[in-house]
Design a protein around this ligand. Structure first.
Ligand code: MG
Length: 228
């Protein structure tokens, strides 16, 4: 648990902005994505275990599909293959209930906002359905102009572009910000942008995967930051 004398507490209180990832940080949604990706590939006779979804979280859909085709067939997928597999994934996930926000994420965000931190969301997602839900579920905390989505970047995570874009738009410097991420590629993206990164391990990967991706600290639940 973080106390007022801890280095993590001091790290936060030297900053001006907090950049939150969305899936797996603000929403308990990764289980659905893992099942949907795995199910979509399996529909086309391709094995893609759910654990691999967690390892590759943050990639664009096309990048994920190309990666699997490179591993299985030594080639990129065609536009048609990408379209079919991604449509299947979207179709599967549409049948699931809406993902719920993590209560601890909302409480933390409310607390940080009250203290004057600038709150941003940096997500690879570009689907209106999820971005609209985000604005509704975190009403008063997140505004459209403080979301960097998959639409705002050319290169998704692990490229630093998403977090560099958030720095540029917010006018904050890398050393004025903390990133909160759950995924290996998201952590790599934030660290490549030069930002202190808290990893919250809400998924099925071992903590060591998040440490190896460059996380500055790994925690199990955002509740651990409630004293901030
Ligand atoms: Mg995530």
């Amino acid at each position: 648990m973080v106390d007022r004398n801890s280095s993590l507490y001091k790290t936060f209180h030297n900053k001006k902005g907090i950049f939150f990832d969305m899936d797996g940080v603000l929403y308990d949604s990764m289980g659905y994505h893992a099942e949907a990706w795995s199910g979509a590939f399996s529909h086309f006779g391709i094995d893609f275990p759910q654990e691999m979804v967690y390892h590759n979280e943050g990639r664009t859909a096309a990048s994920t599909i190309n990666l699997v085709f490179q591993e299985n067939e030594n080639r990129n997928a065609t536009e048609l293959e990408i379209d079919r597999i991604y449509s299947k994934k979207t179709e599967i996930i549409a049948d699931y209930p809406d993902a719920l926000p993590f209560k601890s994420a909302k409480l933390l965000m409310e607390n940080l906002k009250l203290q004057g931190f600038a709150i941003w969301v940096v997500t690879g997602s570009s689907q209106d359905k999820f971005l609209d839900a985000l604005l509704l579920d975190f009403e008063g905390l997140i505004t459209r102009d403080r979301i960097v989505s998959g639409r705002d970047v050319t290169h998704g995570k692990p490229h630093p572009e998403p977090y560099l874009t958030a720095l540029e738009k917010s006018g904050l410097k890398a050393d004025e910000v903390v990133v909160i991420e759950n995924a290996p590629l998201g952590i790599q993206s934030a660290k490549a942008a030069g930002i202190y990164t808290v990893a919250v391990n809400t998924g099925i990967l071992d903590d060591c995967v998040l440490w190896d991706s460059g996380a500055d600290i790994v925690i199990d639940d955002l509740k651990e930051l409630e004293i901030l």
